[in-house]
Design a protein around this ligand. Sequence first.
Ligand SMILES: C[S@@+](CC[C@H](N)C(=O)[O-])C[C@H]1O[C@@H](n2cnc3c(N)ncnc32)[C@H](O)[C@@H]1O
Ligand code: SF4
Length: 466
Amino acid sequence: MKAIDLTLAPEASPPDTTLARDIPRPAAALVSDYRDEPPNRDGFVVAWPPQRYWKPAAEVESAARTTRTDAPLHLYFHIPFCLQRCRYCFFKIEVLSDSSHAVRERYVDALCAELEQIADAHALRGRRVQTIYFGGGTPSVLQPEQLGRIRRSIERCFAIAEDLEFVFEIEPITLNNRMIDGLADLGVTRISFGIQSFDDRVVALTGRHDTEEKNARAIRRAMDAGVVVNVDLLSGLEGDTTDSWRHSVERAIALEAHAVTIYKLELYSNARYMADLRRGTLSLPGPEEELALARWGLDRLRETGYRPSTYFTFTREGRYAQRHIIARWRGEDMYGIGASAFGCIDGVSRQNVSEIDEYLARIENGRSATQRALALTDVDHRMRDLVMGLKTTEIDLVAYRERHGVDPAVLLAEDIACLIGKGLLERADDRLRLTDEGVLYGDYCGRYLGAAMRRLQYGDCRPIRA
Ligand SMILES: C[S@@+](CC[C@H](N)C(=O)[O-])C[C@H]1O[C@@H](n2cnc3c(N)ncnc32)[C@H](O)[C@@H]1O
Ligand code: SF4
């Protein structure tokens, strides 16, 4: 579909507000497609445009642009191994007991080999790395020696920023003295603990082996080691009640976590919960109940001095925002290394093959692990900066105008008024900001503005889901 060009002459400033008049109006029936979708908390947006619009990598690679050499670079490493498969979890992981030490060794070697490969293939060698994120799965199931090998590979391929942020995801039960020392050697500056709940009864139902006491001890140890600590909580778990949920939020606050993330439970077909739901043996908090829990949690965090750095992570006094995630939402250059890892380099979004065997086979044979990709068009970038921008709770309109040459406040005035009317968005000087209520619906608001921009550019109002 051909895009309508809304671009202003680069030197035009401030933007020409008459532009909105020239845009063809779509049929009212089409407009209703996204405007009539009631606010909802369905689906966590991980990339924009969503992956179903991406293409096989081979079709995209030739369209990849030349890489800039001076822009900040971020690295994400995916470690798809865990102690157990938690009943709610849909991530593609291998449980340690089903996977041999030899496979993990090969996987670590493959991560190092992929680093070498991409450093050359994308002309990234020597670029300064600003943030590194080890996610999963559970990266802390790797041995400190294996982590050290990966760190040395990073240093061989890239320059490391002096103020490097190094984030590491941990299941608390895996944090022993050896791992604490290993993380210090690795240069980790921030630990993200998967806690989910501080209620032992709720945790036991998930299939995890953590307890409130072990979790608190792990958090204190990490704080004593001087790293920033984030606590992940999950709203909507089996067995959670108002009391157990409030206890979890209060405990995270009492432990003085630097950051608290509240994820809404998402369910996909490969989660064990799904099989139980189908059999009728599982009952979960309904959407209204889950919403009430999340609302209480966010209100309580605000009351105790936490401020949103994204619509799902609140940080103490607004300090300790995670730079890696903000860079991701802003579309800065990020390479995802490992099975199923996502990245975006020079405006090309890419994702690796998700099967571990296939990933190993490709890398060991010197082939690229990228399975699908999308070279973003200018219109995609405009949409992406609205959808992903709102994940950080606000869009800086001046920066947006400078980047894209158009003013969403003018072009999307009706849609913005609609979200303001729903009480989800507010205009504060040159910013569009989620209200306290809007923070509960961050991705809905983002998708709404993304669809509005799409309508303007293509005259097409398909609601675009995560
Ligand atoms: C990849 S895990 C990393 C932490 C580590 N694996 C653990 O669970 O302790 C990151 C976070 O994803 C979240 N998560 C897992 N399954 C989820 C689901 N079904 N819906 C929403 N969030 C989920 C959990 O809060 C978890 O802490
Ligand atoms: S929640 Fe974390 S530990 Fe549990 S299966 Fe998922 S990634 Fe692994």
